[in-house]
Design a binder for this molecule. Structure first.
Ligand SMILES: [Zn+2]
Ligand SMILES: [Zn+2]
Length: 224
C-alpha cells in the first residue's frame, strides 16, 4: 500500500485540478462570482466505513448575465471541460424544464454545472474520488495503567483492564455500523472513557463494592 503522505498528495492533486476546472468555469460563465470560491482546504469524509475515505469537494453559486441563455453557457462550459481533457457526458447540455446541466468527469472526479432555466442562478459543484488516507485510522489508544505502574492500594479496573477506555468502542466514541459506517457508542455516548473507572484505569481496593471485589479473586476476602 502507498504511504499515507503519497495518498494525501494524490488527493490534493485531484482537489487542485477540480478547483482549477471550477474556477475556469466560473470565470467563463459567471465572472462576478470568481471571488466566491474558497481555496483547497482539508479533505472531508466521504465514507465512514473502515478504512474511512476522504475527498475534496467544491460548491460555488453564481448568477449569469440574463442576456446569455443557459444553453449558450452550457455549450461554453462543456467545450472548456473537453479542452482541459475532461470527459463530458453525452446528455450534458440537454435542457429540461428546470435547468440545463453539464457534467464532466476525469480521474474519478466529477464536475456539475447547473444553469437554472427559471432564474439566473448557476450552481457549480464537484468532488474528487475518495481515498483512504490511512490503513489504520482507528488505532486503539494505549492503556493509562498497566500492572507495572499501578498505584499502591489500587487494582487494574476489571472492566477495561487498565486501558481507561470504554470497552465497547475502545475509546473511539463510535462503533462500526454496516449502513452508515459508524454510529455513536451505545455504552459511553461519546464520553469514550470506561464507565467503571471513568478513565483512571485503576480502582482503589478500599472503595471496591463486594460485587466489584468478586472480580479480584487474589484479594483477601474481608467480608467475614
Ligand atoms: Zn464507548
Ligand atoms: Zn475501567
Amino acid at each position: 500500500m502507498a504511504h499515507a503522505s503519497d495518498t494525501r498528495a494524490q488527493l490534493d492533486r485531484w482537489g487542485a485540478e477540480l478547483h482549477a476546472r471550477i474556477a475556469e468555469l466560473v470565470a467563463l460563465c459567471t465572472p462576478e462570482a470568481v471571488g466566491e470560491q474558497r481555496g483547497l482546504g482539508e479533505p472531508e469524509v466521504a465514507d465512514w466505513h473502515e478504512p474511512v475515505r476522504y475527498r475534496h469537494s467544491v460548491t460555488v453559486r453564481g448568477s449569469r448575465d440574463p442576456s446569455i441563455s443557459p444553453e449558450t453557457l452550457a455549450t461554453r462550459a462543456a467545450d472548456a471541460l473537453v479542452t482541459a481533457g475532461w470527459q463530458v457526458s453525452a446528455d450534458s447540455g440537454e435542457p429540461t424544464e428546470s435547468a440545463v446541466t453539464v457534467v464532466g468527469a476525469a480521474e474519478g472526479s466529477v464536475v456539475r454545472v447547473r444553469f437554472s432555466a427559471s432564474s439566473t442562478v448557476v450552481l457549480y459543484s464537484g468532488e474528487t474520488a475518495a481515498l483512504a488516507l490511512s490503513a489504520t485510522p482507528s488505532e486503539e489508544p494505549s492503556p493509562v495503567r498497566t500492572a507495572d505502574d499501578i498505584d499502591p492500594g489500587y487494582v487494574l479496573c476489571y472492566e477495561c483492564s487498565g486501558t481507561g477506555w470504554c470497552p465497547v468502542c475502545r475509546g473511539r466514541g463510535w462503533v462500526s455500523d454496516e449502513i452508515r459506517g459508524r454510529h455513536r457508542c451505545p455504552e459511553c455516548f461519546d464520553r469514550r472513557v470506561c464507565p467503571i473507572c471513568v478513565g483512571a484505569g485503576e480502582l482503589a481496593i478500599a472503595r471496591l463494592s463486594p460485587v466489584q471485589r468478586a472480580n479480584y479473586v487474589h484479594l483477601p476476602d474481608t467480608s467475614k
